[in-house]
Design a protein around this ligand. Structure first.
Ligand code: XUL
Ligand code: CO
Length: 439
């Protein structure tokens, strides 16, 4: 078969001194870090929608990139050309996984039976490529936000008919995910929210979303899906207020409706920052609740109030992300580049350079985070900071051996506590800098 990205070779690792734009500077797949090769710490995935679909169209202008891959858009030939392009792309970059929405794979037909037939056809084609290349599926999902029928949401819609249509799409997307051996299945509730409370019954909508998720779990398990379901929190955009606001909100929802055994979270950097958190915050909240499932690896722009889906470049962010992931003992999911090149970056080379940037930024993050952990000063500082709870009255509190009255009596006898000790934030930030930058 002829190549699509003809002038682009398999991307080599050349080290940080390399000036070759089509080479990795830090991502060295087999390099061992904390006892494991980089590629196992970082199961990177290609996002079908951005990489093979997004052509740079925005609210003010047409697309700038040609993603036809030699076939007429909206046809099954084009769907297959995307598969060819995608697998060539992943092989050249050494990406071992991909993620998809149903409608990323095939053009949606008027009739869902025809859409499903097309999905079966393309899944067979993808499966052949997977067998030849060894590339795997990280997760699948159903797009329940683009079609006008989902203007009021899918699980949260006011229309029972639309709800059934969403169920049909989830059922098929699960079938395809299982067929392709996906590790996970994502719910991103882009339209699950509201514009105004004047027309919305929030309690009813949330209960209905939970019912849909329960049915999805029951069906998934019945067809042999053993992976994790994920909620991908996002506070807003496209809806003004989305129900899965952030990690803490999504965890509360999953526990309230008894979904927490089957679900974990897919944390996206740019969604966390839109919620007013750091990426690291939402990772930590997920991890300490046993809910860190997978990661959508991208970054936002602090000057803009929307989801810019940029390729990760900020190495402080990737370092703090990997610091959380390493401390959590790794993730069962992976790192999906839910990211797109900027509109003026419209060439095939830009597609590759974007992934090289993202993979190198995470490789640097991994190396830095491993060094922070091995250095030990930060971990030790955090440990020592809570020393007062390891003996005496502190230990009795932790062991649940005391009462409010006893503590009050202790405080009265003591008179006045000492100040609790410096947090030494500036000292700790200096350690991070000295690990990141060795000039
Ligand atoms: C949108 C977003 C989605 C999900 C999958 O902000 O992140 O692409 O990752 O539906
Ligand atoms: Co995402």
């Amino acid at each position: 078969m002829s190549e699509i990205f003809e002038n682009i070779p398999k991307i080599p690792y050349e080290g940080s001194a390399s000036k070759n734009p089509l080479a990795f500077k830090y991502y060295d797949a087999d390099r061992i870090v904390m006892g494991k090769p980089m590629k196992e710490h970082l199961p990177f995935a290609m996002a079908w929608w951005h990489n093979l679909g997004a052509n740079g169209v925005d609210m003010f202008g047409r697309g700038t990139a040609d993603k036809s891959f030699g076939a007429a858009e909206g046809t099954m030939e084009h769907a297959k050309a995307k598969v060819d392009a995608g697998f060539e792309f992943m092989q050249k970059l050494g990406l071992n996984y991909f993620c998809f929405h149903d409608v990323d794979l095939v053009p949606e037909a008027e009739d869902i039976k025809e859409t499903n037939r097309r999905l079966d056809e393309i899944a067979d084609y993808i499966l052949e490529k997977m067998e030849v290349t060894g590339i795997k599926c990280l997760w699948g999902t159903a797009n329940m936000f683009s079609n006008p029928r989902f203007m009021n949401g899918a699980g949260s819609t006011n229309s029972a008919d639309v709800y059934c249509f969403a169920a049909a799409q989830i059922k098929k997307a699960l079938d395809i995910t299982v067929k392709l051996g996906g590790r996970g299945y994502v719910f991103w509730g882009g339209r699950e929210g509201y514009e105004t409370l004047l027309n919305t019954d929030v309690k009813f909508e949330q209960e209905n979303i939970a019912r849909l998720m329960k049915m999805a779990v029951a069906y998934g398990r019945s067809i042999g899906f053993t992976g994790d379901f994920y909620i991908e929190p996002k506070p807003k955009e496209p809806m003004k207020h989305q129900y899965d606001f952030d990690a803490a909100t999504a965890i509360g929802f999953l526990r309230q409706y008894g979904l927490d055994k089957d679900f974990k979270l897919n944390i996206e950097a740019n969604h966390a920052t839109l919620a007013g958190h750091t990426f690291q915050h939402d990772l930590r909240i997920s991890a300490i609740n046993g809910m860190l499932g997978s990661i959508d690896a991208n970054q936002g722009d602090y000057l803009l109030g929307w989801d810019t889906d940029e390729f990760p470049f900020d190495v402080y962010e990737t370092t703090m992300c990997m610091y959380e992931v390493l401390q959590a003992g790794g993730i069962a999911g992976g790192f999906n580049f839910d990211a797109k090149t900027r509109r003026p970056s419209y060439t095939y080379e830009d597609m590759f350079e974007a992934y090289i940037l993202g993979m190198d930024s995470f490789a640097l993050g991994l190396l830095n985070a491993a060094e922070i952990i091995e250095d030990g000063r930060i971990g030790e500082f955090v440990h020592d900071r809570y020393e007062s709870f390891r003996s005496g009255i502190g230990a009795r509190i932790v062991n649940g051996e005391t009462t409010l009255e006893e503590l009050a009596a202790y405080a009265e006898k003591m008179g006045k506590p000492e100040l609790p000790g410096s947090g030494r934030q500036e000292y700790l930030e200096g350690i991070v800098n000295s690990i990141l930058f060795k000039k």
